[in-house]
Design a protein around this ligand. Structure first.
Ligand code: ARG
Length: 455
């Protein structure tokens, strides 16, 4: 491919080190797609004849068919997917194959291929995220008005609707999808025509080429075009964020599935056993979802580090962009093939959740009652604190402090206090948008359905 100025062959270990074909072969469809569009432009500007363009088109289709059928046979000199396709094209179409690379460089070619591949990966990941959102939404709808303890600092804080907690994991995924859509829009910018660095001397219509490849813009600077891997970083950043979101959802589920909590049971299909302890049923699906965040964050760090301090235009370091990107896409695709089913088949134990709610979680509601009766909140906070201390001193739940003791703390802690100790009342009071009252959660469910364009 580039042997003209060389007399000696490449060292065998150096070839292994240099070759990207083992991992970039998966961009074969994008590479051929870009080449077919390039060949049409070459014909349009008269660099090749219509017959030659047809021969290239037929040859590229034949190479495509071999990859699709899994019969493509790599040869020792196939450095990367670009040289492999061109080598095979030569074997199938003859010397005309040598005209395909006119006015083009692997530098603008590889940037184009990787952008096309990333756009495809984003679409697949988006579909997976949507499926997970749908599973969370269905569970939230099925939860009706069931209550559970809400935790802050992992300490019992206030009662919330189970549906509210489930939806708290829906919205981060919505933001992830927005981030991916935003990244996809910038990724759909065409580098072809940048050549190696200075731009192609051919008078091709870059915008027509972009449109043909499903892109909406062309890169404005040829040096930037072959240097730029922002799109890959943006994808990896979005992927890392998704990894963190899946990990946090997973941690809640793992915790809630312990015997100590007993809030959720996972289906056998998403659990595994222990080889030693017969009684064990482990939440491996969610543990792995939690664990995958490590490599996703790592992939982002890898590429940021490769790019930092890299000189202008193409450097071979950039070949290191692909493996973290592919790995992140594969990791998310597989994670999102599992997560929706694992959520959909989980069963939530409403009784266990209800039993985990205690009176003390309504302490804020007692303070709210005092505020309603004219007491400044800070003072109310102190009074309820004293009430909690009195309950502890008497060894009774907060709702069972004798009225005489309570009203000695503040006269407004009178017989109306008993009415405050109703879990449903506490939840129903929080009805601003985004809060946990059943009517607010109904609105939230409607918003979630609208976000997924569901009826
Ligand atoms: N395999 C290379 C990569 O993945 C393709 C570009 C090679 N360009 C070059 N000038 N050697 O980055």
């Amino acid at each position: 491919m580039w042997g003209g100025r060389f007399t000696g062959g490449i060292d065998a270990q150096m070839a292994r080190f240099n070759d990207s074909f083992p991992f970039d072969r998966r961009m074969w469809a994008e590479d051929i797609r870009g080449s077919r569009a390039w060949a049409r432009q070459l014909a349009a500007v008269g660099v090749i004849s219509a017959d030659e363009a047809d021969a290239l088109e037929r040859g590229l289709q034949a190479v495509h068919a071999e990859f699709a059928a899994g019969t493509f046979a790599p040869q020792p000199g196939d450095e990367d997917i670009h040289t492999a396709v061109e080598r095979r094209l030569g074997e199938l179409a003859g010397p005309v194959a040598g005209k395909l690379h006119t006015g083009r460089s692997r530098n603008d070619q590889v940037a184009t291929d990787l952008r096309l591949w990333t756009i495809g990966a984003i679409a697949r990941i988006d579909a997976g995220l949507r499926a997970l959102q749908q599973a969370l939404l269905a569970q939230a709808e099925a939860a009706e008005t069931a209550l559970m303890p809400g935790y802050t600092h992992l300490q019992r804080a206030q009662p919330v609707l189970l549906a509210h907690w489930l939806l708290s994991h829906f919205w981060p995924l919505q933001r992830d999808r927005e981030r991916l859509a935003d990244a996809a829009r910038r990724t759909a910018t065409l580098p072809l025509g940048a050549g190696a660095i200075a731009g192609t001397p051919l008078h091709i219509d870059r915008m027509a080429l972009a449109t043909e490849l499903g892109m909406h813009a062309v890169t404005p600077n040829s040096i930037d075009a072959v240097s730029d891997r922002d799109f890959a970083i943006e994808f990896l950043a979005a992927a890392a964020m998704i990894g963190v979101h899946l990990s946090r959802l997973a941690e809640d589920i793992v915790l809630y599935s312990t015997s100590e909590f007993g809030f959720v049971r996972l289906a056998d299909a998403y659990s595994t056993g222990s080889s030693l302890m017969p009684q064990k049923k482990n939440p491996d699906s969610f543990e792995l979802l939690r664990g995958k965040a490590g490599r996703l964050v790592g992939g982002l760090m890898t590429l940021l580090t490769v790019l930092k301090g890299l000189p202008s235009a193409y450097d071979k370091d950039l070949q290191e962009d692909k493996e973290p990107l592919f790995d992140a896409a594969d990791t998310l695709e597989l994670s999102l093939a599992v997560a929706p089913g694992a959520i959909a088949t989980a069963t939530f134990d409403r009784n266990r959740m209800r039993a985990a709610l205690d009176d003390a979680m309504l302490a804020t509601d007692v303070a709210d009652m005092l505020v309603e009766r004219g007491m400044p909140f800070r003072e109310a906070h102190r009074a309820v604190g004293a009430l909690v201390r009195a309950a502890e001193a008497h060894g009774v739940p907060l709702s069972q402090v004798p009225v005489a003791v309570a009203s000695a703390i503040d006269a407004r802690l009178d017989d109306q206090l008993a009415a405050v100790f109703q879990l449903e009342r506490s939840v129903a009071a929080r009805r601003v948008s985004g809060a946990t009252a059943p009517e607010a959660v109904q609105q939230q469910l409607a918003a979630a359905r609208a976000a997924l364009a569901l009826p």
